[in-house]
Design a protein around this ligand. Sequence first.
Ligand SMILES: Cc1cc2nc3c(=O)[nH]c(=O)nc-3n(C[C@H](O)[C@H](O)[C@H](O)COP(=O)(O)OP(=O)(O)OC[C@H]3O[C@@H](n4cnc5c(N)ncnc54)[C@H](O)[C@@H]3O)c2cc1C
Length: 241
Amino acid sequence: MKDSNSATLPLVTIVLFLSLSWRATSDSSSQVDKFLQCLANSSALMLESIYTPSNSSFESALQAYIRNHRFLTPETPKPVAIVAPTHVSHVQATVVCAKDNGVQIKVRSGGHDYEGLSYRSNVTFVILDMFTLRSIDVDVDNEVAFVQAGATIGELYYKIANESKDHAYPAGVCLSLGTGGHFNSGGYGNMMRKYGLSVDNILDAQVVGADGNILDQASMGEDLFWAIRGGGGASFAVIVS
Ligand SMILES: Cc1cc2nc3c(=O)[nH]c(=O)nc-3n(C[C@H](O)[C@H](O)[C@H](O)COP(=O)(O)OP(=O)(O)OC[C@H]3O[C@@H](n4cnc5c(N)ncnc54)[C@H](O)[C@@H]3O)c2cc1C
C-alpha cells in the first residue's frame, strides 16, 4: 500500500513555501511603505524627488545612468524607489529612513560602475541618484573648485577651461564618469605623471555619514577622509561634494 504521507509531504512543503514567500513579500512591501512614509514625513518637498515604479518617469530615470548595457534587461533587479536629491537634507533623510527600515542604499553618480553596483542589488534597495546635485564653482584666484558628486568629470573640465586657460584637474579620460564614484576610486588620467591621481588633489569633502550627519574634512577625521579618497564607492559615506 502506498504511504499517504509521501503524497502529503510535498503538498505541505509547497504550502509552507508559498506562505513563507507571501510573508516575505508582505513584510518587504510594508518595509517599503514605511521607508517612503518616513521620507514624506521628513520634508514635503522631497516627494518631488522620489520616483517609484508607479511613476511614469521611473524607467527612464532608472535607465539614464545604467552605463553598462548588459544590465539593461528585465531580469536586472529594480529598486523600490529612486531618490534624486536636490538638497543635502534629502540625502540625510534617505540615509536615516533607509537605515531605520532596513532598505539598502545604492548611491549612483555617473553610473559607470563596471558591475552595476550603483544600481542593482539582490535585496530590497533604493537608488540615491546624485545626478541632480551637480553644481561646479571654480575659484581661479585660490586655485580650487567646489564640485558636487553628480557632476561628470567632463563638466568639471569644461567649467575649468571656461574660467582659465592655465588650470585643469587630474582625472580620468572618459568624460561621463561621475565625480562621486570616480574620486572615490582614485582617478587616474593623462595628467597623472605630473600631478598624481584625482584623490591626491582633494582638499575637503562634504559627506553624509551612516547616522545621517553632515561631515567635512575636519569633523569626519583623518581616517574617514583617507578612506573616502580611494577606499571604494559607497563603503564609508555618501559623498555630496
Ligand atoms: C568607460 C569607462 C571608462 C573609465 N575610465 C577611467 C579612467 O580613465 N580613469 C579611472 O581612474 N577610472 C576610469 N574608470 C573607472 C571609474 O572611475 C569607476 O568605475 C568609477 O567608480 C565610476 O564612477 P561613477 O560615479 O561614474 O559610477 P557609479 O556607478 O555611479 O559609482 C561607482 C561606485 O561608487 C559609488 N558611488 C557613486 N557615487 C557615490 C557617492 N556620491 N558617494 C558614495 N559612493 C558613491 C557607487 O555606489 C558605486 O559603488 C572608467 C570606467 C568606465 C566604465
